[in-house]
Design a protein around this ligand. Structure first.
Ligand SMILES: NC(=O)c1ccc[n+]([C@@H]2O[C@H](COP(=O)([O-])OP(=O)(O)OC[C@H]3O[C@@H](n4cnc5c(N)ncnc54)[C@H](OP(=O)(O)O)[C@@H]3O)[C@@H](O)[C@H]2O)c1
Length: 349
């Protein structure tokens, strides 16, 4: 018979570690639509993992929406909901997540939260493209932080890559498929679907908004490439000129012409650093050869290739749109922001 000796001292130690109470990090969520509601569902689904692996328990303390009576597909305690920005900003929160989009009231939520020294997570590309450096300065001045992984590439971790690992590698060019809506539409056209049907399908699946004009005109991709150029080279994204060529109003003939040339029509964005340190950026439809890596990026996926002096070409690819993919990027930021919350502020559960 085998006897197993139990070392009681080490047992006591490991038990003590596993039962240590997680820190409670209070989260105020501005916007509970596609991204916000998916985030609430993800937090609930993975709460046990956050507690055991990261020692953090997220507690929702306020949720800002337009219509407090709307069904959001996730159960939300009514007392957390408010449609008043003033009331929302009074919430006793450690982290503020902005998932409203646009400028009003998202800009006020982000600015006032940063000015109050809070950690802020946002998915808002328009806001970061317009005011990223100023908002970062506000975060630095008041001891908070600004995370915006979901603003570019949906679930693809390109912001983190450029802010961190690639920061010192001398990025030369960035090229990619940065708009999930148009990639979904162009994939459907390449598969032989009519444009009107593809658009209806994209809207039904949540990959295109009711008014997709910012996507089709390249303005969404332009905001994203501005943000990436800022992260790579420090250029002010609001002043970086991007040459934007919209998709044709009906891209079907162009998609057919691409197929006739054994290629695939893709909507690409790019940026390049000039010898003099300036940057140039563009967004345009491009026929890529059928065996090119971008040709195999399908549906709502995004892909980014970053060419740098010391690393060569780094390739990132994954889901670029949709509630879950975007919310998972927000969640990564939320965990990062939770680490920055001073231990004194985050109470033990
Ligand atoms: N959806 C995606 O695939 C995706 C991908 C990447 C990044 N993003 C970014 O994520 C952010 C959120 O996008 P989304 O798709 O989740 O948008 P959405 O579904 O339209 O949700 C927006 C939310 O903000 C609330 N809201 C809007 N205006 C408001 C106001 N004046 N006062 C209070 N609340 C207000 C809405 O409240 P009601 O529900 O009551 O109307 C809704 O809950 C945007 O910055 C977007 O660019 C989205």
């Amino acid at each position: 018979m085998t006897t197993i000796e139990i070392d009681r001292a080490s047992l006591r130690t490991s038990v003590a570690v596993s039962v240590r109470a997680p820190r409670v990090v209070r989260v105020a969520l501005a916007g509970c639509g596609t991204v916000g509601a998916s985030l609430v569902a993800l937090i609930r689904r993975h709460q046990a993992l956050f507690e055991s692996r990261h020692g953090v328990r997220f507690e929702l303390v306020r949720i800002l929406v337009r219509d407090t009576a709307k069904d959001r597909g996730v159960a939300l305690p009514r007392h957390l909901l408010t449609s008043s920005v003033d009331e929302f900003l009074l919430a006793n929160a450690d982290v503020v997540v902005e998932a409203i989009g646009g400028f009003d009231p998202a800009e006020r939520v982000v600015r006032e939260s940063l000015a109050a020294g809070r950690q802020v997570v946002t998915a808002n590309k328009a806001l970061i493209a317009a005011y990223g450096p100023a908002l970062q300065a506000l975060a630095d001045a008041h001891g908070g932080s600004l995370q915006f992984e979901a603003a570019v590439g949906g679930g693809v971790p390109v912001v983190r890559t450029l802010r961190g690992e690639l920061g010192g590698h001398g990025v030369r060019t960035i090229t990619g498929i940065l708009n999930g809506t148009t990639n979904f539409l162009l994939t459907a056209l390449a598969d032989g679907t009519r444009y009107a049907d593809a658009l209806t399908d994209a809207q039904a699946k949540g990959f295109a908004e009711a008014d997709p004009s910012r996507d089709l005109q390249g303005l969404d991709a332009a905001d994203k490439i501005r943000i990436l150029a800022w992260l790579a080279w420090g250029v002010d994204p609001s002043t970086l000129a991007v040459r934007v060529e919209p998709l044709p109003a009906d891209p079907e003939p162009a998609a057919r012409a691409a197929a006739a040339r054994h290629g695939v029509l893709k909507y690409l964005a790019g940026a390049v650093r000039g010898e003099d340190g300036t940057a140039r950026a563009w967004v345009r439809p491009v026929i890529v050869p059928a065996d090119h890596e971008f040709a195999r990026v399908r549906d709502e996926e995004n892909a980014v290739h970053i060419d740098s002096d010391s690393l060569g070409v780094l390739r990132l690819q994954g889901r670029g749109a949709g509630g879950n993919a975007t919310a998972s990027a927000v969640l990564g930021d939320l965990l990062e922001a939770a680490r920055a919350v001073p231990a004194a502020a985050a109470a033990a559960a």
